[in-house]
Design a protein around this ligand. Structure first.
Ligand SMILES: Nc1nc2c(ncn2[C@@H]2O[C@H](COP(=O)(O)OP(=O)(O)OP(=O)(O)O)[C@@H](O)[C@H]2O)c(=O)[nH]1
Ligand SMILES: [Mg+2]
Length: 409
């Protein structure tokens, strides 16, 4: 894995530079706002520093980020084996690993170190508790037993966070190769962290550069937050990026549903109309085709309701070919894993979608984000974490979620 920093006037510019050099497989590990300093700081603007990583090219090309993937962990360089000193801090071993695997041109990676340091404190505490329970392990097996206890602790933490056992096993199987090579827990931790970020992949949000107007459908079960999420996202693009937005709703099942979207449209001073069929959809789009983004709200329904499912499918399929479309499946992070599997399967028949998770504020276990990402193979895009429009939404951030899944705060 090669890690390097890129700077730009905006976060997007820095990421674009990373992609230019590393290609589309580049994974953003960290984004930092760099405030100007020094005497002339008031005349300088903020810059952004992005730390990006890339797997070795030939290996990355073969990686499929879906459930049955087999990610090959590059063998650790021999020097990074820290014999008999598993207590070495994450900082030093991660640093050692990074400097050994990165080319000479790569800059240092304090951001990753800082991130891992927090994790390391947490791990260290849990680890000491484990250790005190198993005091009578013979001296010479300490290195192995520490890796073993660490793996056990990791296993429990991921399961506690409701990562499905199948994926926990997959993650640990990968880490086991590192553990068996006598690496310290710190090296194992930094590898698991990086691999989990790769599994999540980059967020795939609305492509605002494409042809205009872009028609964006929001589909999903009842009450997951489709309408609220539309209002949040539309407002973000209108206010922050000066995009022209319009709303359409095909949710004609509930009287209150159209009223809800109407209120948001009024606040944003954006046009809104109701459509009953694909034909009406295309007519309505034509009327607001000078907008950049046209958000289409759909009725929430039980994924077992075949009629409503076909209605939504016909609506999306009926979109005139001249328009670019994106479809987002909105899911609540509080829904049970088993139900989520049925939902993603049944919605797959409607259209190819990207995932939005809502209600992260109502759960402390984010395992389903990884489970569903791996099960469906669909990209994650936004996450919503509260009822406030427009504030409680952000682009999916793999670093934050992986940290939480590994027990960090
Ligand atoms: N806590 C929390 N509540 C949310 C979030 N997103 C939406 N909600 C709430 O969930 C409820 C349902 O939201 P809607 O936007 O009406 O959901 P919907 O998917 O459009 O519902 P239907 O159109 O009936 O299928 C509302 O009370 C929202 O305020 C979130 O991220 N966190
Ligand atoms: Mg709704």
């Amino acid at each position: 894995m090669t890690i390097k920093k890129f700077t730009g006037k905006t976060k997007e510019e820095a990421i674009a530079k990373a992609k230019e050099e590393f290609g589309e497989g580049a994974v953003v590990m960290n984004v930092k706002e760099v405030k100007p300093s020094g005497f002339f700081q008031f005349f300088k603007s903020v810059t952004y520093e992005v730390t990006a990583a890339i797997e070795e090219k030939e290996k990355y090309a073969g990686i499929n980020l879906t459930a049955d993937e087999k990610i090959m962990i590059p063998p650790m360089p021999q020097q990074s084996v820290i014999q008999g000193n598993a207590k070495t801090t994450v900082i030093s071993s991660a640093k050692q690993q990074i400097t050994e695997t990165a080319p000479a041109s790569a800059v240092s990676s304090e951001d990753i170190e800082k991130r891992l340091e927090n994790l390391s404190n947490m791990i260290e505490k849990k680890f000491q508790t484990e250790e005190s329970k198993e005091k009578d392990i013979p001296e010479k097996t300490v290195q192995n037993s520490e890796s073993f206890k660490f793996m056990k602790m990791l296993y429990r933490t991921l399961l506690d966070n409701e990562v499905n056992e199948k994926y926990v096993n997959q993650i640990l199987e990968e880490a086991e190769k590192i553990a068996n090579s006598n690496n310290s827990v710190d090296v194992i931790l930094s590898n698991v962290y990086q691999k989990m970020i790769l599994k999540f992949g980059e967020p795939n949000c609305i492509d605002i550069e494409g042809k205009k107007p872009k028609v964006i459908f929001f589909i999903g079960p009842t009450g997951v937050g489709k309408t609220t999420t539309i209002a949040k996202i539309a407002s973000k693009y209108k206010v922050e990026q000066d995009k022209k937005v319009a709303f359409l709703t095909a949710d004609t099942y509930r009287i209150a549903a159209t009223e809800q979207l109407h209120i948001y449209a009024n606040i944003l001073d954006a046009p809104m109309s109701i459509v009953y069929s694909a034909e009406e959809l295309n007519q309505a789009i034509e009327k607001v085709s000078d907008n950049d983004l046209i958000f289409v709200d759909t009725a929430g329904f039980s994924h077992r309701n075949e009629t409503q499912r076909m209605d939504t499918k016909n609506l999306i399929d009926g979109l005139d070919e001249q328009y670019e479309r994106e479809v987002f499946l909105v899911l609540s992070a509080t829904t049970k894993y088993k139900d989520l599997l049925e939902i993603v399967d049944s919605y797959r028949e409607i259209a190819e979608y990207k995932l939005i998770f809502t209600k992260l504020d109502e759960t402390s276990s984010y395992g389903n984000l990884l489970n569903i990402r791996l099960y469906s193979g669909a990209d994650l895009s936004y996450i919503a974490n509260g009822q406030n429009v427009p504030d409680d939404i952000e682009e999916f951030n793999a670093q934050m979620i992986v940290k939480q899944l590994l027990g960090g705060k």
